[in-house]
Write a new protein. Structure first.
Length: 875
RNA sequence: GGGCGGUUAGCUCAGUUGGUAGAGCUCUUGACUUACAUUCAAGCGGCCGUAGGUUCGAGUCCUGCACCGCCCACCA
């Protein structure tokens, strides 16, 4: 048994990915008798490759699913990908554009073929990348949101909601992306603060063209569609103008001055131009006042024939031209700088246009109700808890969801229109004839559904719904969901609604919201900014374990990542590897039946062994607890501290000369084995590889080993405390050695001085350890400098090797240090004394606290006394 | 305009029921001690953003303020 000199993660990672998959170790079956634990992956888009956010997201899921698997759950992690409607269509269109083609050149069918080819390629790439980071998904179950079975679920849902009158079709103002040529939901329009201008424009009165009303607008081009001007009914300034007719400049349309509560008297001029077809507020006003709705734009954002001379101009070109024309006519009063929120397409960043069009909507208010209650009463919990507030705010003010998209890649809306009687037929499968007039002249709706209209079914559609099969019954509801905060509205909230609507229950009980991965400057990582660190590059250079460990240890809140941050993971993997090498080199006679619990209470077991065993189980306990509470970075810190600082830096050093002892070998070996188990969820590859070399013959892979159980008698707080005292003294001896340069062959007598008999006892019982680790023949315990002086004087006084203390100690430096320390002690002493003199404190504070303070005070006084002596000795 | 998060060592961050501040990196000093230089030993370095309040005692609880960041929102 021997490990190679270096941890060769490249071959090791690939080897275990393959082994786990070949042996089907992550396949979960229904009704195994074990309790189920289920996670569904947030399906990555098939647009491209995995980024750092995916690496984080999937590592978090992998940690808990590996943990639960080892804990004895039937752990299912459902993998898959999302067709990501607009996003994917956009990237394929871009690729097509390079060939100088547009999607309409190909036609719908041929274009969709291209998309499926793309999906095949990138879907596979993404799955492979997930495997590379070590994701222990049930790969045989890999789903895609446009699989046949999945599409069936989508259609089922559409029909059901339609039949309950929760889906309707209507003409409303929606967010329109002129570049993607499609409607967007409210969530898909990202509002960004944008520097713009507020233009003040004169609209002349019909009865007297020399009289004006001034309106303020940020989008002057929309005036082509104005059908009124509104003022607040209480605005004194405009009382005499209400009801009068204006002549709309450039267009010469007659429009009335109306009143509406919506108008803010303070803003701008207090008069608003009303464009019912191009602004959501104006739309409301238009409805209220029965105004005309004039659509002035083509779907691509160019002005249409309603725009008169501006016909054919792009909206922004038209804006410029209109301003010039108004200026020329003396109608542009002034232009102010103005910061305002402008909606942008979340997929292509084009400025969205509020646009009047006929779309399909889902009525959300009735769906939201059970989802609100479930979070309020704790059936669904958010981690961290504060996100539940964000969720509830959105749910309580929810608005109807525009679900139709004018693109080709997606689930086609299952609605047919009879061309003869205009009947609207909503059914899952293509109808043969119109049920009303029996016409066969039917035409399917051209649109597809919002990509989230399929994603919101993910937790149960992946398990086979609408069929009530064994998987669904066993694995659903799922256990936890891991995602980023950006996705709460798009996906989490809607999954909860779908869960209740179609399964009558929560879809998952815990929602863990992790931070966003940013660069060192705090900017979001993105391809366009060029600041993205590719997880695959990190894997290539440092290995997947290093990537995982480093990401998680930084994952408390948002992550500020630079390349150097991955060194900690690389170094830790290296440490684990080398410690294992050392152990395998030295531990040759292992008793397979050896148990730590059996020897733990052996009376002659040395303190360090008692200590490390206790530390191991304390760590196991704390790590388990941290994982259960979604405190992953804390779990890693605990592991790191235990394995590196306790096990490697202390225990392995302590037993350095004791390898021949079979008990030592057994202990070390067992501690390594148990450590590997708890490290495995975080760093699966390196631990699995080492396990391969230390496991008993016939034992299976580490990833399906049981999680270590903690028996309370394995934890020994007293041993941990004693060892801490010992370590403190060893450290102080090391330091003093460095100061006084005592040569190795010099004999020093051993003297213990400690305020506490218990401590002295510990030291005396471990004199051997003190000697070996302090690396001098007889160690000197240094409670104070003066005492040390005495020791040294006593030893060397009569000897010809006597050394002068002044010669080896920098007296001034030492004095300075002691004075500083003395000062601190005195301050602390004063504080404590004051407190103890305070009658209220002694009376009100818990007795133990008072007692502790008294003890501390005595301790301090002793220390001060010693230091004062030391100072005398120096002078 | 509303809501949320942050402000602790030069940097990145821990700090879980309030009890005299912790880690990693950086820097400085020492060690090539054959498991590991992706290492080991040690040192330097903090009135815990600011002003108040509660308390015997506040990084920790309450209030105001400042700065940074995020989310939501129909002031055109």
């Amino acid at each position: 048994m021997e490990l190679s000199k270096r941890f060769d993660f490249k071959t090791v990672d690939a080897k275990w990915s393959k082994d786990w998959e070949d042996k089907n170790l992550f396949h979960a079956k229904a009704d195994t008798g074990k309790p189920p634990y289920t996670i569904v992956i947030p399906p990555p888009n098939v647009t491209g490759i995995l980024h750092m956010g995916h690496a984080l997201n999937n590592t978090l899921q992998d940690i808990i699913i590996r943990y639960k698997r080892m804990k004895g759950f039937e752990a299912l992690w459902m993998p898959g990908t999302d067709h990501a409607g607009i996003a994917t269509q956009n990237v394929v269109e871009k690729a097509l554009a390079k060939e100088g083609k547009k999607r309409h050149d190909l036609g719908r069918e041929a274009f969709l073929e291209k998309l499926w080819a793309w999906k095949k390629q990138y879907g596979d790439t993404i799955i492979n990348q997930l495997k590379k980071i070590g994701a222990s998904c049930d790969w045989k179950r890999t789903r895609f949101t446009m699989d046949d079975a999945y599409s069936n679920a989508v259609k089922e849902v559409f029909v059901r909601l339609y039949e309950k009158d929760l889906i309707y079709r209507g003409t409303y103002i929606i967010n329109w992306c002129p570049r993607c040529h499609t409607a967007l939901s409210d969530e898909e329009a990202e509002h960004k603060d944008t520097k713009g201008h507020l233009y003040h424009i004169r609209y002349p009165l019909k009865e007297n063209p020399d009289q004006f009303i001034v309106v303020a607008t940020t989008r002057p081009e929309t005036m082509l569609g104005d059908t009124a001007v509104a003022v607040n009914p209480k605005d004194e300034r405009y009382q005499n103008l209400i009801g009068k007719i204006l002549i709309l400049p450039l267009v010469n349309r007659e429009i009335p001055i109306i009143t509406d509560e919506l108008v803010d008297r303070e803003f701008g001029s207090g008069a608003v131009k009303v464009t019912p077809a191009h602004d959501p507020n104006d739309y409301q006003m238009g409805k209220r006042h029965n105004l005309e709705f004039i659509n002035i734009m083509h779907p691509d954002g160019k002005i249409n024939e309603q725009g008169g001379v501006y016909n054919g101009l792009d909206r922004f070109v038209a804006r410029k031209k209109i301003l010039e024309d108004l200026e020329a006519q003396g109608l542009l009063v002034k232009t102010d700088d103005h910061l305002h929120a402008v909606g942008h397409c979340y997929r292509c960043d084009t400025v969205v246009e509020p646009y009047l069009s006929k779309q399909w909507f889902v009525r959300m208010t009735p769906l939201a109700q059970p989802g609100i209650e479930a979070v309020k009463d704790g059936r669904i919990k958010f981690y961290p808890e504060r996100w539940s507030k964000v969720y509830l705010n959105w749910m309580e003010g929810i608005r109807d969801w525009c679900i139709s998209r004018q693109i080709w890649w997606g689930h086609r809306i299952p609605v047919w229109y009879c061309q003869d009687c205009q009947m609207e037929i909503v059914v899952k499968d293509t109808p043969a004839a119109c049920p009303k007039c029996h016409s066969k002249n039917l035409k399917q709706d051209e649109d597809v559904l919002d990509t989230w209209f399929s994603s919101w079914l993910w937790p149960f559609a992946t398990l086979g719904w609408p069929q009530e099969n064994a998987d669904l019954k066993y694995f659903y509801p799922t256990s936890s969901l891991f995602t980023a905060s950006e996705i709460i509205f798009f996906w989490v909230a809607r999954m909860i609604m779908a869960g209740f609507e179609f399964r009558g229950d929560i879809p998952f009980s815990d929602v863990y919201i992790h931070g966003t991965v940013r660069d060192a400057k705090g900017r979001k990582m993105s391809k366009s900014l060029g600041n993205a660190i590719d997880p695959l590059e990190i894997i290539e250079e440092y290995g997947a374990d290093a990537l995982r460990f480093s990401l998680i240890i930084n994952s408390g809140q948002d992550l500020f990542i630079s390349k150097e941050k991955f060194e900690i993971g690389r170094n830790f993997a290296n440490k684990i590897w080398n410690a294992s090498r050392l152990i395998l080199m030295n531990a040759q006679t292992i008793d397979p039946s050896f148990k730590l619990s059996a020897i733990k209470n052996m009376p002659d077991l040395d303190l360090p062994s008692k200590w490390i065993i206790s530390r191991l189980y304390t760590t196991i306990k704390d790590v388990s607890d941290a994982i259960e509470h979604y405190r992953y970075s804390e779990a890693e810190s605990l592991i790191y501290e235990f394995f590196w600082n306790n096990f490697c830096d202390w225990y392995l050093e302590i037993i350095k000369n004791d390898w021949a002892n079979p008990t030592t070998q057994n202990i070390v070996f067992k501690i390594l084995a148990e450590s590997l188990k708890i490290i495995h969820p975080f760093m699966p590859f390196v631990t699995e590889e080492i396990w391969e070399n230390i496991k008993k013959s016939g034992q299976s892979e580490l990833c399906i080993q049981p999680w270590p159980t903690v028996e309370d008698n394995l934890i020994d707080p007293q041993a941990e405390k004693n060892m801490r005292i010992l370590i403190e003294h060893i450290v102080s001896i090391r330091n003093s050695r460095a100061e006084w340069e005592i040569k190795p062959n010099e004999e020093l007598s051993c003297q213990f001085a400690s305020s506490s008999a218990a401590v002295r006892n510990i030291l005396e019982n471990n004199i051997g350890l003190l000697k070996s680790l302090a690396k001098i023949k007889d160690p000197v315990i240094l409670p104070s400098l003066s005492q040390t002086q005495n020791v040294i004087r006593n030893v060397f006084e009569d000897s010809e090797n006597a050394i002068s203390l002044e010669g080896v100690i920098d007296v001034e430096k030492e004095k300075g240090r002691i004075l500083k320390q003395l000062d601190e002690y005195k301050k602390a002493e004063q504080g404590l004394a004051d407190r103890l003199a305070n009658a209220a404190f002694v009376e009100k504070a818990p007795a133990e606290v008072v007692a502790k303070d008294k003890e501390r005070l005595q301790d301090l006084q002793k220390k001060i006394e010693k230091l004062q002596q030391a100072i005398k000795g120096l002078i």
